[in-house]
Design a protein around this ligand. Structure first.
Ligand SMILES: Nc1ncnc2c1ncn2[C@@H]1O[C@H](COP(=O)(O)OP(=O)(O)OP(=O)(O)O)[C@@H](O)[C@H]1O
Length: 337
């Protein structure tokens, strides 16, 4: 368990972390989200006693980090994968860490094997790719077999197989009852990994909630219907008191009704449907909605202010469709997260 109580950090006039109070609980993966500059890294650094709080406290299993004896046995962290000594081999980097925390040398080979670096254990880490460096940093975090693990952007530089691996590793560690705290800018990845979310903006706590509740509370769900008999369908829905909004691509969007009732209605009236789908927002959309007011750094489009964050409202589906048509990325929406 990690407990933050009124945690605050100022850099001169800049308040990087602002009276942050929350708990990171064991037995689950907790995602740590926030726009660029929100204060995530500063918070994580204070958790590890790498930065002094201006005020407030962090407790690791009830104690201050500096009071932990052999801290790697309590909390392991991947903050900056490049922090390893480049002139040392992967094995020796880990061995030095192990010795400073009275961790048996046998753990070094064990964690190198866990992260898939056994074959390059004797190679100097300065020759490692970004992904290999991430794996070595994760090995260091696992070295003391700690109950608490913290990962800052762990999938940076990892290929799809590596991303899949770290996702499963975090879930497995959480299933063992450990406390897993992870930050990432990859929303689709976070949606697949985290059970709980802590969201901050400009250093302040914006949300501390389950993944499902976060998406539900910060986004819109609706049913999309498409029919070659669109007029008849619209009239039928209207007669049944169902409000349907025409979307830009010729389909109808219906809030507040399930696909079961709508499908049965169409079926009973012999209306052919080409689409009947429940649409749920992705974590990315919910995140953008929630943090819209606290984004510190954002790009401006050529038409200044032409792209506001998607509002929760009846026309959001239209924006969604336009956005999807304009973007090739498959990361925009995840159904049924
Ligand atoms: N050593 C420092 N001196 C001055 N300002 C700092 C320092 N470290 C961080 N900041 C400022 O504090 C704020 C929070 O930074 P931080 O790196 O914690 O944010 P972040 O959420 O991790 O951002 P990102 O997602 O971009 O990594 C930013 O405005 C940053 O410029």
């Amino acid at each position: 368990m990690i407990e933050l109580d009124g945690l605050t950090k100022r850099f001169g006039n800049k308040v990087a972390v602002d009276h942050l109070s929350c708990r990171v609980s064991p037995g689950m993966v907790t995602g740590f989200l926030g726009p660029n500059g929100a204060g995530k890294s500063t918070t994580m650094r204070m958790m590890l006693d790498l930065d002094n709080p201006t005020s407030g406290t962090v407790r690791i299993d009830g104690r201050h980090y500096r009071d932990l004896q052999e801290p790697l046995k309590h909390i392991g962290a991947l903050l900056d994968a490049k922090s390893m000594h480049g002139g040392r081999s992967a094995y020796n980097n880990l061995l030095c860490l192990a010795q400073s925390n009275r961790i048996p040398a046998s753990r070094v080979s064990h964690v190198l094997d866990t992260v898939g670096l056994s074959a390059v254990a004797k190679k100097k880490s300065k020759g490692f790719s970004l992904g290999m460096g991430q794996r070595l940093g994760i090995a260091a975090a696992l070295l003391g077999d700690p109950e608490i693990l913290m990962f800052d952007e762990p999938v940076n530089g990892l290929d799809p197989e590596g991303i899949h691996w770290i996702r499963n590793l975090m879930k497995a560690l959480a299933a063992e009852g450990r406390t897993i705290f992870v930050s990432s800018h990859l929303m689709s990845e976070m949606a697949l990994t985290a059970d709980h979310l802590i969201v901050i903006g400009q250093g302040k706590l914006l949300a501390d909630t389950s993944m499902a509740d976060f998406i539900r509370e910060n986004s819109r769900s609706f049913v999309r219907m498409r029919s070659p008999e669109q007029e008849r369908l619209r009239d039928l829905l209207h007669a049944e008191g169902v409000v349907a909004v025409e979307s830009g691509n010729g389909s109808l969007e219906i809030d507040g009704e399930g696909p079961e009732r709508l499908g049965e209605l169409a079926g009973r009236n012999g209306i052919v449907l080409h689409e009947l789908s429940a649409q749920r927002a992705s974590l990315e959309e919910a995140f953008m909605q929630m943090t819209a007011g606290s984004v510190e750094y954002h790009a401006h489009s050529e038409r200044e202010g032409a792209e506001p964050p998607p509002p929760v409202g009846p026309h959001w589906g239209d924006q969604w469709n336009q956005q999807q048509a304009g973007e090739a990325t498959a990361d925009v929406r995840t159904k049924g997260v």
